[in-house]
Ligand binder design. Structure first.
Ligand SMILES: [Zn+2]
Length: 283
């Protein structure tokens, strides 16, 4: 499942082809993904210029000249492909049409944006740009982890009444938007905090230290994604999925990477999701 850094990588990959471009044709090949598509989606997209491509949490938002914003969510298995970009940044031929190509945007500049999603947990919606923040998916979101509203005082205040494990608290999108399972595991490892510790029991200095750690973990992954963008142009035009090495995530039974620790990484299940951590380094 794509997390924030992967979504940001997709956004950065799409931006050169999409920003400023006009949508000449929109193929909407089924009535829905996770939810029904908005009414008259084809008509509402056709002829619109994409003014700006931005991201909020794990949503990509394309502001259109009509005053509407196209919201794109990749869900579990959604993929975006860019092909035929005339700027020469994406030197691909248009790929053969595939079974799960649900929405295809043909841009006037010659680029083609394909949304492919076999499991259909993804979503697209059209919302009024000015009131986009009030959309049901966006209004519930806390601050962006890489934005100015995510700071030490915010996290300390948010944890003060949280009787749940810190792992769940960090996954709570109202506390911080867009953090997912992988990067919470990584941040807690770097912070030396056990995922089972109750949020309100973690000392203020340790909570405060998590803010720059979370930023670093995400920024590092976005950088890795950025370097993957250089490679994908030679490949099939698919954006956002890159090899990334994690310290704890997916490393059950393997040695802890803290020098001289000697323990192995454990896996437990919390709220139905795997937590990977070192029981020696994380307390
Ligand atoms: Zn360790």
């Amino acid at each position: 499942m794509p997390e924030l850094p992967e979504v940001e990588t997709v956004r950065r990959g799409l931006a050169p082809a999409m920003e400023g471009a006009v949508i000449a044709q929109a193929d909407v090949n089924r009535p829905d993904l996770r939810w029904p598509f908005p009414s008259n989606m084809t008509e509402r997209l056709t002829g619109q210029q994409v003014l700006r491509l931005r991201r909020r949490s794990k949503y990509i938002l394309a502001d259109l000249s009509s005053g509407e914003t196209l919201l794109i969510h990749l869900g579990m298995s959604g993929r975006m492909l860019v092909s035929g970009d005339p700027l020469g940044q994406f030197a691909h031929e248009h790929p053969q049409k595939e079974k799960h190509d649900h929405v295809v945007l043909h841009l006037e500049n010659g680029a083609r944006i394909t949304f492919n999603d076999p499991r259909r947990f993804g979503a697209m919606d059209l919302l009024n740009t000015e009131s986009a923040d009030q959309h049901k998916l966006l209004s519930v979101l806390g601050p962006e982890p890489l934005g100015n509203d995510f700071h030490e005082a915010h996290l300390i205040a948010a944890f003060k009444t949280k009787n749940s494990p810190i792992k769940s608290a960090l996954l709570d999108q109202r506390i911080v938007a867009g953090l997912g399972n992988i990067y919470v595991c990584e941040a807690l490892f770097r912070g030396g905090i056990s995922p089972t510790r109750k949020a309100l029991k973690v000392s203020k200095p340790r909570v405060a230290a998590l803010v720059p750690i979370i930023r670093d973990v995400l920024s590092g992954a976005i950088e890795a994604g950025g370097s993957s963008l250089k490679d994908f142009r030679q490949a099939d035009g698919e954006l956002g999925y890159f090899q990334h090495s994690f310290d704890v995530y997916g490393r059950e039974g393997q040695p802890c990477r803290t020098p001289n620790c000697g323990a192995t990484i454990s896996r437990i299940v919390q709220s139905g999701r795997s937590s990977f951590y070192c029981t020696t380094c994380q307390t």
